[in-house]
Design a binder for this molecule. Sequence first.
Ligand SMILES: [Zn+2]
Length: 234
Amino acid sequence: MIFDPLYFVFLAPAILLGIYAQWKVISAYRRGHEFRTSSGLSGAEAAAVILRDAGVRNVAIEDVPGQLTDHYSPTEKVLRLSPEVFEGRSASSVGIAAHEAGHALQDAHGYPLLVARNAIVPLANFGSITGIIVIVLGFMLANAGLAWLIYVGIAIFSMTVLFQLVNLPVEFDASRRARKRLLATGVITVEEEPEVKKVLNAAALTYVAATLTSILTLAYYLFAAGRVNSSVDE
Ligand SMILES: [Zn+2]
């Protein structure tokens, strides 16, 4: 069951979209990094301008090692930017920094979907590993009359799907806020906005691929559970 080729048939659309999204991110980021904005602000400076403009004063901006490690921590009120984004003075750098600042604005304004996402995170982390373990146990013990465990596992795993479904509009909203705030604060011009948009759209596509992966994984397990149950019944 672990090496079921049907799993890859189910997952094929998500795998292909994932590969396309990765390629899109790499090419959009590379292109965006070559595009210097006329304001000349770094990612860290752009994020600071956006937060100050929105009256958010309790969020620290730090640099964090690695690539694409940029994130906002709502519990610590810290916006962490990778070196390339923190110091970079390109459309990519200010776009990614502004996206993370967008999450800080969501947090400051109590954006309901972000509140929901943060509440689901621990459940989703639990569900992704525990759910799969219970599902595999269910398959292994199906002949001992424990096939129902598969459905318990699927229910636990569905927490990660729920997380992805809530996360998607949160990410789109952060990018929408980013572009709006970058324009409003004059960090980028109307002419520069499409370059930033390309970078943010490419990043958004990776979230769409991740969501599709979790939905199709769930669909596969439901299908496989049905197959096991009908063979047990016979
Ligand atoms: Zn984000």
